[in-house]
Design a protein around this ligand. Sequence first.
Ligand code: GLP
Length: 260
Amino acid sequence: MKIVVLDTYEALSLYAADIVEALVRHKPSCVLGLPTGSTPIGMYKELARRHREEGLDFSQVTTFNLDEYAGVGKDLSKPYALDQSFARFMWEEFFKHINIKEENINILNGLAKDRAKECQEYEEEIQKAGGIDLQVMGIGGDGHFAFNEPGSAFDSRTREVQLDQQTIDDNYEKFYKQARVSKEDMPHSALTMGIATVLEVRKIIQIIGGENRADIVHEAFFGPITEQIPSSILQESGDEFTLVLDKAAASRLPQAATAK
Ligand code: GLP
């Protein structure tokens, strides 16, 4: 595990954008694993700017998103106000601003009738694409990544999960409240890539910003490795895993770990 600490959220966003850009320029037909949440928004804005102003070309790139709420999705081109699906988020925040081909975008379909089949097929699609070259992801307040909540098995694959109350509360505040969807009506379950699925990715960067993530960052990366804190398994990764923090998120870490 490599740890990078940057002064600000803006610097963290540029750092993440640099890593994505380097891969896309080096391997134009690369496979990217992408996250949702408030943290990656700065990275998406910067990548869209580089596409617009510097010709960063996504025409051969394939993407796989980490997760999607159950019961919502997936008409990328027709966003509507109350749809807080991750498909809509990705379209609004990133895809509509770049030249990716729609057929190269993969997002779990929360509207699928047979969700188990949808998850199985997603695993197959990842294999068919040759695996994921780079996964960008964040962390939940309870230590989850994607929607692998505490208690998720380290060998779990893509599947449907129940969301924790803390995740429901967090995501309600960040996304559903503004759309005037009540907490009771927002989805309480989701489809997610599994822990084992993500661990197969060739390179992972986890981007985490803000004081309110400082405690969980400390617990996940300097505490015991436990299924109760899903991100803790990443401690076992080598150089293929980079933890990218802003100063606030790194504020509880031992000094030696963050020395430049
Ligand atoms: C959701 C997503 C996670 C993401 C988390 C944190 O729960 N499923 O993949 O890491 O939000 O998001 P934020 O970046 O808003 O802290």
